[in-house]
Design a protein around this ligand. Structure first.
Ligand SMILES: CC/C=C\C/C=C\C/C=C\C/C=C\CCC(=O)SCCNC(=O)CCNC(=O)[C@H](O)C(C)(C)COP(=O)(O)OP(=O)(O)OC[C@H]1O[C@@H](n2cnc3c(N)ncnc32)[C@H](O)[C@@H]1OP(=O)(O)O
Ligand SMILES: Cc1cc2nc3c(=O)[nH]c(=O)nc-3n(C[C@H](O)[C@H](O)[C@H](O)COP(=O)(O)OP(=O)(O)OC[C@H]3O[C@@H](n4cnc5c(N)ncnc54)[C@H](O)[C@@H]3O)c2cc1C
Length: 650
């Protein structure tokens, strides 16, 4: 019996669950990475269900900004009582606990956990750690990561905040900076002995630890309402010749000696490690936001009946329309593709950061390129997918009752924070160009050196399209795109300065970067499902085929070029898309059930597990302040006098 089926559920959604062709719990375990991960999730969910102080007092979309901040701080204060759930030896459970308490309200201390602690941990010297880490873990030190300025976020080399050894700018955007944190890791251009040594991180106290007032020569404030994340006080900080001790420069890698001498790090970019960490963590997390949206749209599409396919036969579930399936299912497949890529990226990051700690820097460029590329491509695709899921829910999708507007607003920020996506794709392109000039490329760039690649695809039928053939075809398209950009750059560089040539080729360079990242995702998706248990292979294969075939059909020009594929082969791939969607249709609700997203996280009347949407919408609307009185006071105040006057003249 499917554990998702319960008494009182909407009959349409129960009918869907009875069609499952696979074991939902088995897919949940595979999707979440094993029993231990699942146990972590269940513990956290039960804990929060049992502790009301960790739950929202009312749906957050009805809250003002002050209420959001209050709600966020109240839950954080509540969490402080439950520090047994904050276990640095069980990061996965701790992360899920933080996420499920705050969901998309972005708690006021997100940066403390997301960047301040990791950067302190990786950039502070052992002595600095022993002094500052215990207070930062206990909560007496609450920090943020303040790098971006009003005038500079991307271009770190031109940061105007200077840290002059013994010698005015505003930091703008950092989360928690405005009102709540009392410390910040400040990234500033270091000047010492009259030389600029570039961006470096500094540990800076910004508020009085007793009164919490801004320190002298520092101005702090909130930057105002944003598209989302309004539960966080993204703020500004103005320094006016603020002094800090020399020892407040994080000195694990580079140092300033008492006489002002600068000691170089093994690699200047080690100072950017905090950004690589968050980018590496973001991919799996943002894929989960797409999983939320796909869950909502899929479940709702099974309880929403609209229109008759056959006159007189009664209205159909909108998920029976092929166009509705095509709006949702490709993004359902992307949830798996991006989650598996994000999981792999976190594993790679963990391995490489161990090497970096031991001073082995050979993989630094690789992890920078991989984390930048996946962050840039996945955040953009997720933003597109959440919007399609909103559209799939029609008018109710536009209401905060659906939970989708909050998902959309939250996810679009990820295309900008932690590095603008275009800027990061250009970083990947730089990495690729340098690998084109290498005589031998290893790892993720080995395909660039393939000299005897096939001149045409040997795809026959989509049923027989093997993993090997798929990867060969994607390597062909990615290699062609990268080498085309490389040749364009080489030729253009012969007619103008290097930086101008780079700019004139930058669109092609971004296209090449995207193909490189897609190849990585496709390869990883196929490798991941190859190790799944046999009973899950059919449904996972259908999802992988949908992801891959739809990607090829949507970019058919790249596969048709130079006759590599024939139009008949593209038509064959289209058939593969329809076939995969038809296979997925009967399992759609069970696939999203397998994401095992708790109602606290889904925050959606349309996507609720039991499918009882319409009664739920009325319950939801009762929270509206406008419904406190049948006649709104503004009517009596403004309209009634005018109507009375008009009537008196009639
Ligand atoms: C897990 C999260 C889950 C949920 C999130 C919840 C809530 C979210 C709430 C808020 C958001 C949270 C955090 C956001 C915080 C921030 O946004 S922090 C600020 C982020 N800012 C940026 O990312 C800035 C982007 N810009 C840059 O990184 C740099 O300007 C640049 C890399 C684009 C350019 O660097 P430059 O040094 O100026 O020049 P370059 O010539 O391009 O690069 C020089 C060489 O250095 C290499 N390199 C660059 N960056 C890195 C890096 N990070 N790591 C390693 N190496 C790097 C580059 O490859 C060049 O190498 P060469 O060998 O070619 O010289
Ligand atoms: C929700 C949110 C939370 C944030 N939290 C923090 C935080 O906690 N700490 C922090 O330090 N920062 C934070 N930021 C700031 C964020 O990191 C920056 O906004 C981001 O790095 C982009 O930089 P920018 O704003 O300067 O954009 P810009 O670089 O000004 O981007 C504007 C446009 O210029 C283009 N562009 C810029 N440079 C180039 C180039 N070299 N080549 C081609 N095109 C280019 C971009 O592609 C983009 O289209 C946050 C931002 C947001 C939205």
């Amino acid at each position: 019996m499917n554990s998702y089926i319960k008494e009182g559920d909407n009959p349409d959604i129960t009918e869907e669950r009875k069609k499952a062709s696979f074991n939902v719990d088995a897919l949940t375990t595979f999707y979440h990475g094993g029993d231990k991960q699942l146990q972590n999730r269940r513990e956290v969910e039960k804990y929060i269900e049992d502790h009301k102080e960790l739950q929202d007092t009312r749906p957050t979309p009805f809250m003002s900004r002050d209420e959001l901040i209050d709600n966020s701080l109240r839950k954080i204060a509540g969490m402080a009582k439950f520090n047994e759930m904050i276990d640095m030896n069980n990061i996965d459970r701790t992360t899920y606990f933080l996420q499920l308490v705050h969901v998309r309200d972005s708690m006021a201390f997100s940066l403390h956990y997301l960047m301040f602690l990791p950067v302190l941990n990786s950039q502070a010297s052992p002595d600095q750690l022993s002094e500052w880490l215990p207070k930062s873990l206990s909560g007496t030190i609450i920090g943020t990561y303040a790098q971006t300025e009003m005038g500079h976020g991307t271009n770190l080399s031109k940061l105007e905040t200077t840290a002059t050894y013994d010698p005015k700018t505003s930091k703008w955007w950092p989360g928690s900076l405005g009102k709540f944190c009392n410390h910040a890791i400040i990234v500033a251009n270091l000047w010492t002995n009259g030389v600029c040594e570039g961006p470096h991180p500094f540990f800076v106290q910004i508020r009085n630890l007793e009164t919490h007032e801004s320190l002298p020569n520092i101005k702090l404030g909130d930057i105002g309402p944003k598209l989302s994340l309004n539960g966080s006080d993204n703020g500004y900080l103005v320094f006016d010749h603020f002094r800090i001790p020399r020892n407040n420069m994080l000195m694990r890698y580079s140092k300033v000696l008492p006489d002002g001498t600068y000691v170089k790090p093994p690699n200047a970019k080690l100072a950017y490690g905090g950004m690589v960490f968050v980018r590496s963590m973001m991919v799996k997390d943002i894929a989960n936001h797409l999983a939320n949206a796909v869950t909502i749209a899929t479940r709702y599409s099974c309880v929403r009946r609209q229109g008759e396919m056959k006159i007189g036969a009664g209205e159909v579930k909108i998920l029976d329309y092929q166009t509705q399936q095509y709006r949702i299912f490709p993004f359902m497949s992307k949830v798996f593709a991006f989650r598996f890529a994000g999981q792999q990226l976190q594993e790679i990051y963990k391995e490489i950061s161990k090497e970096l700690k031991m001073g082995k820097l050979s993989q630094l460029a690789d992890i920078h390129a991989l984390s930048s590329g996946l962050k840039a491509l996945v955040t953009f695709e997720v933003q597109q997918g959440i919007e399609q899921c909103r559209l799939a829910c029609g008018g109710h999708g536009f209401s905060h009752a659906s939970g989708i507007p909050e998902l959309a607003a939250f996810s679009c920020g990820s295309c900008t924070y932690e590095g603008d996506n275009i800027v990061l794709l250009l970083q990947v392109a730089k990495f690729l160009m340098s690998n084109c000039t290498n005589s031998v490329s290893s790892g993720v760039c080995a395909y660039l050196q393939e000299k005897n690649s096939s001149k045409s695809s040997d795809l026959t039928t989509h049923q027989q399209y093997s993993d090997k053939q798929i990867i060969q075809d994607f390597e062909h398209v990615a290699r062609k795109s990268v080498l085309r950009a490389f040749d364009k750059l080489r030729l253009t560089s012969q007619t103008c300065q290097k930086h101008e040539a780079w700019n004139r080729c930058s669109v092609e360079l971004c296209k090449a970067a995207r193909w490189h990242v897609r190849l990585y995702i496709v390869r990883n998706f196929l490798a991941t499902i190859a190790i799944a248990q046999d009973e899950l292979k059919p449904v996972l294969r259908a999802l992988a085929q949908l992801f891959i075939f739809d990607l090829q059909v949507s970019n058919k020009g790249d596969f048709l070029e130079n006759g590599y594929m024939k139009i008949q082969q593209i038509e064959e791939l289209k058939e593969g898309v329809w076939q995969a969607m038809s296979t997925i249709r009967n399992d759609a609700v069970s696939i999203v059930d397998a994401f095992a997203i708790h109602e606290f996280e889904l925050k959606s009347v349309l996507g609720r597990r039991d499918g009882n949407v319409y009664p739920g919408l009325f319950e939801w609307a009762k929270h509206s302040q406008l419904n406190k009185n049948d006649v709104h006071p503004a009517f009596d105040k403004y309209l009634a006098p005018i109507i009375t006057k008009i009537r008196s003249r009639m």
